[in-house]
Design a protein around this ligand. Structure first.
Ligand code: FPP
Length: 239
């Protein structure tokens, strides 16, 4: 693909999709309109990721803290998630995309849980792209969940040592490599409790573009910038 010529691609891209509300406000529209157009961006970015052969994509769709938003907005976000699952399953099957959730599935209404599990099951053997959606997600809660699991297994003698490799097996991202690139849209310089353990050496890219406007061209720009970065993982650069 000529647009990717000479670009060193990441294996795993994580995205904090921010700015739907501001996008709507700028147009005097209700916030939900921003989320609806944001869903189109999700489709574009998933499709582009697949076409670039990047094997892992993680999208922050709903944080644990987002439950405190107005009831009506939460309800509409759940409806949008429902529509997304309904509409995208055929594409996931056609494009060999595995759908995976990280976060507290139990926080969701029973019907949505069943649907999420169903899509995970149906796409479970797909190989080309692993699409992780963070839902009711909190990085600190994920770390606590892992710590509890480790404490239990250590006590029972199921594990003998605790190191970084063992610890990461207890995270919701088990088996998934750490993100190489973290993109945040809409200009905020925050991590917002996202993948706290996993982003230790991740390159961070922040753009002012609001999520509903973040499409393939903006994504390519982020990938080009990533490709220019010199990743040293704390080492000294060789002469
Ligand atoms: C942040 O914008 C966005 C969200 C909290 C929701 C993300 C949801 C989508 C992109 C739509 C559907 C996604 C899927 C996976 C089906 P904000 O509302 O915090 O914007 P603001 O900071 O401008 O108010």
């Amino acid at each position: 693909m000529s647009e990717l010529k000479d670009i060193k691609l990441p294996m795993h891209v994580a995205i904090i999709m921010d700015g739907n509300g501001r996008w709507a406000r700028q147009r005097n529209l209700p916030r939900v309109e921003g989320h609806l157009v944001g869903m189109e961006s999700v489709r574009d970015i998933v499709t582009a990721t697949r076409s670039f052969s990047i094997p892992y994509l993680t999208l922050y769709a709903f944080s644990k803290e987002n439950w405190t938003r107005p009831k009506e907005e939460v309800k509409r976000l759940l409806e949008i998630l429902d529509i997304y699952l309904e509409q995208e399953l055929p594409l996931m099957m056609e494009k060999d995309i595995r759908f995976n959730i990280i976060g507290d599935l139990n926080d969701f209404p029973e019907r949505i849980q069943e649907k999420l599990k169903d899509v995970m099951k149906k796409t479970g053997k797909n190989k080309e792209l692993c699409l992780n959606i963070a839902l009711s997600y909190s990085g600190r809660k994920e770390i606590l969940h892992a710590a509890r699991g480790i404490a239990e297994d250590y006590k029972n003698g199921r594990i003998k040592k605790i190191d970084e490799r063992v610890f990461s097996r207890y995270l919701w991202t088990k088996g998934i490599p750490d993100p190489d690139l973290l993109i945040r849209t809409s200009g905020e310089l925050r991590i917002s409790n996202f993948l706290l353990w996993q982003i230790a050496y991740t390159e961070i890219y922040v753009t002012d573009i609001l999520w509903p406007d973040f499409r393939k061209e903006a994504y390519l720009e982020a990938l080009r910038e990533y490709s220019r970065r010199d990743r040293r993982f704390g080492r000294v650069k060789e002469a």
